[in-house]
Design a protein around this ligand. Structure first.
Ligand SMILES: NC(=O)c1ccc[n+]([C@@H]2O[C@H](COP(=O)([O-])OP(=O)(O)OC[C@H]3O[C@@H](n4cnc5c(N)ncnc54)[C@H](O)[C@@H]3O)[C@@H](O)[C@H]2O)c1
Length: 324
């Protein structure tokens, strides 16, 4: 009998494309669920779905459904009987969450509860859930270790991601289902969300347009290349049964200051950056920095793509989408 498939939620999105492509490359059947949320242009999402299905005929199937709709989620699980779930669907931006905490709570918290309930009812064997480095808030201590206190999220988005981790813990406690939460650190690479800074700056600097920079350029992010994240997601899925419930950081552990990120982008596109400075935005943290001791030891996780090389690959991909 054929192996039961893996369900990826948020399958039309950026990170899910890389995770799905990695699973398909090893011959897995993937069911991709997404509601094509219009918060950024769904043409990018349709392109991702098109590429996944045309490159993997017969292995990838798309289900258009909203994770807030418990009946639609249950129907998808009943129809496809996934053996594992990689739950990546979410409203994902930090800044827009300040204007819409209820919308974020619905998609991220109620949606996650629906995915966990359906997993329990339909015989799923393991679950992997996307969390975020934002749960560390403005922690004074760095690099960030998984066992640090994460009681101070500073945006509604971060609070919903922490809530997902707590729901996942409870789910594991009650069901004993192996359940992993992965704290991703600012992910970039081909197909990156168009709202994220690297994507926006590559476009604007290459066209000679001014970019808005929030703060004095010293804030920093631990940028992590998308295929490194995908490798970590697969390792977590493969190994979570040895741990029960576990939180792992997936980062690069090499923070890049905003001004250095802009300089790298300017080198990659071959133009200098015109900058307008604006005050730091509420909800934005000063820095992120992953400690990878646990994920290296337990997952064999090892980020491989250096920042400027990753930016170059993202830029090359963007140019194939919009040839001059
Ligand atoms: N990109 C990053 O740097 C980053 C960092 C930390 C955590 N994460 C997390 O990783 C996951 C993937 O993020 P991404 O950057 O690929 O974002 P993305 O927006 O490209 O992908 C998320 C997908 O979820 C879908 N979605 C949203 N609400 C839904 C709903 N109610 N029902 C069904 N589908 C829904 C969207 O349509 C989208 O395709 C998210 O959980 C995000 O919070 C991302």
């Amino acid at each position: 009998m054929a192996q039961r498939p893996i369900l990826i939620t948020g399958a039309a999105g950026f990170i899910a494309w890389h995770v799905s492509a990695s699973l398909l490359a090893r011959g897995e059947r993937v069911i991709g669920l997404d509601n094509l949320d219009p918060w950024y242009d769904p043409k990018f999402k349709r392109q991702n779905l098109h590429d996944l299905s045309t490159h993997n005929p017969g292995l990838f199937e798309f289900v258009h459904a909203d994770i807030v709709d418990a009946a639609a989620v249950g129907a998808c699980f009943a129809a496809h009987a996934p053996r594992a779930v990689v739950h990546l669907a979410a409203k994902a931006g930090v800044r827009p969450s300040i204007a819409d905490p209820a919308g974020y709570a619905a998609a991220n918290v109620v949606g996650t509860a629906n995915i966990l309930t359906a997993s329990q009812r339909h015989g799923v064997e393991r679950v992997v859930i996307a969390s975020s480095s934002s749960v560390y808030g403005n922690s004074a201590e760095a690099p960030f270790r998984e066992e640090m206190d994460v009681g101070g999220p500073i945006s509604p988005y971060a609070a919903t991601k922490r809530a997902c981790e707590l729901l996942a813990f409870t789910h594991h406690h009650l069901t004993k289902m192996p359940t992993a939460c992965l704290r991703f650190f600012t992910v970039y690479g081909p197909r990156q969300r168009p709202d994220l800074a690297i994507s926006r700056f590559l476009g604007r600097i290459s066209r000679g347009e001014t970019i808005e920079v929030f703060g004095d350029g010293t804030s920093s992010r631990d940028y992590t290349y998308a295929s490194d994240i995908a490798a970590g997601v697969l390792a977590a899925m493969d190994r979570i049964d040895r741990f029960g419930y576990r939180v792992w950081n997936l980062g690069h552990s090499a923070p890049v200051a905003l001004r250095d990120m802009i300089a790298a982008i300017a080198r990659v596109v071959g133009r200098s950056a015109n900058i307008t400075h604006r005050p730091m935005q509420p909800g934005d943290v000063e820095r992120t920095w992953a400690d990878l001791t646990r994920s290296r030891a337990e997952l064999g996780y090892e980020p491989r793509t250096e920042f400027e090389e990753g930016v170059r690959r993202q830029w090359e991909w963007m140019r194939t989408q919009h040839p001059e």
